[in-house]
Design a binder for this molecule. Structure first.
Ligand code: HEC
Length: 222
């Protein structure tokens, strides 16, 4: 390719974002802002935990490609729990459908849509879960001396965990899946609150597999 050709290619690739043709019916003012309101604004707002706000279209639009990547890779919202292994309240993991809507919007040119469809904005405050006072710390495994209900798990680590599965093995052989962490970052400081406290009997062993440098706080109640 001659120099003019190279330049033309560079110019085109640099400007695709601004000139993507709109090929989707999904718009920011209808679907995306409502989804972000539920899933992203608690951190992505002025002064929030995240480095940038995604509240307004002008703020979110430049991040469109990154947004698609982050949600497809399940890096955003930062959560780290694999769906279907344990049940949590609230569950911050996006559903497959929510991921498809976001991907459609970005691939279709990330249009704003009609401003008249904007909902009334409610920016959620960062939530604080209610946790029982009783808690125990473990690294690899923990044998429970009495009958208990498991209320929540809080991983404590620095850096990133590739993956760990936490289960409760009851004395009768039943295995309760509690939490499966994948690519979880310690800085996220999530507390995983079970949708319903998990009852276990005396002698149950709670295990983290494979063992790692992380430790876990297990919140329990009678
Ligand atoms: C619990 C807080 C929290 C929530 C909820 C959250 N984010 Fe984030 N987000 C962050 C933080 C913190 C960063 C910067 C550090 C990082 O990348 O981990 C970030 C970074 C990003 C980035 C930039 C990544 C890059 O390329 O640097 C994108 C894009 C993003 N978030 C999109 C989203 C979307 C879309 C949602 C909702 C579906 C969402 N986030 C929900 C906290 C959050």
């Amino acid at each position: 390719m001659n120099r003019a050709g190279v330049l033309a290619v560079l110019l085109c690739s640099g400007s695709t974002l601004a000139h993507d043709p709109i090929t989707t019916k999904v718009t920011f003012s209808v679907e995306i802002v409502r989804l972000f309101q539920k899933r992203c604004f608690s951190c992505h707002q002025e002064g929030g935990k995240a480095p940038m706000s995604l509240v307004k279209y002008e703020e979110a639009r430049p991040w469109a490609k990154a947004i698609k990547e982050e949600v497809l890779e399940r890096r955003m919202p930062p959560w780290g729990a694999v769906k279907g292994f344990g049940e949590f309240r609230p569950d911050h993991g996006l559903t497959q459908e929510e991921i498809s809507v976001i991907a459609d919007w970005v691939e279709g040119g990330a249009p704003e849509g009609e401003p008249k469809y904007y909902p009334e904005l409610r920016i959620p405050a960062a939530e604080k879960p209610q946790l029982p006072a009783m808690r125990m710390r473990f690294q690899r495994s923990l044998k429970l001396a009495t009958n208990l209900r498991l209320a929540a798990i809080e991983p404590r680590l620095t850096g990133e965990l590739e993956q760990v599965r936490i289960t409760a093995e009851q004395p009768d052989g039943r295995i309760e899946p509690l939490l499966w962490l994948r690519r979880y970052k310690g800085e996220w400081k999530q507390v995983f609150v079970f949708r319903k406290p998990v009852p276990v009997t005396a002698g149950t062993v709670v295990k983290a597999d494979p063992p790692s440098g992380a430790s876990y706080l297990l919140y329990t109640q009678k």
